[in-house]
Design a protein around this ligand. Structure first.
Ligand code: HEM
Length: 121
């Protein structure tokens, strides 16, 4: 399943079970790379649909987030996703990151961050 429409730049597949190959960004997907499920909510709320960003209600974004996570087999199809349950979703690549500047990062914040300091698998 992709995120697509005529005239839109190439949109990545939202459901994909491919494995990451080295640091080839073309193999990165929501399921194999994103460390936090909350980022999926935040991304959809801010940027999607691409043609009408910020047009979705929070409930619609929770429902879409749940659907995409379930289609990627990261949660059960009958799981309830809301502000309490979403942060508890454990993404497969949660610990796949290195802290780029550990000397500048408070101890309890090491390992955070996305697309910066691309994880070395
Ligand atoms: C409510 C419906 C939609 C949802 C839930 C959705 C969700 C997403 C998500 C989660 C991503 C990030 C995927 C990734 O980086 O792996 C994404 C990217 C993208 N989507 Fe959508 N999308 C929606 C509708 C649309 C529509 C209607 C279009 C085009 C008209 C579109 C075009 C894109 C594009 C071009 C990207 C890549 C953006 C970039 O790399 O900067 N999306 N979408």
């Amino acid at each position: 399943m992709g995120c697509f429409s005529a005239g839109a730049p190439a949109a990545p597949a939202l459901v994909d079970d491919k494995k990451v190959v080295g640091i080839n960004e073309a193999t990165v997907t929501i399921a194999n790379y994103w460390p936090y499920a909350t980022t999926l909510f935040d991304y959809i709320r801010r940027a999607m649909p691409w043609t009408e960003p910020r047009s979705l209600s929070n409930d619609e974004v929770y429902a879409l987030t749940a659907y995409i996570l379930a289609q990627n087999k990261l949660i059960d199809t009958d799981a309830t996703i809301n502000a309490q349950t979403l942060p508890k979703v454990q993404m497969p690549n949660r610990n796949g990151f290195i802290t780029r500047f550990p000397e500048r990062t408070p101890p309890n914040n090491r390992g955070a961050g996305m697309r910066d300091g691309f994880a070395a698998f």
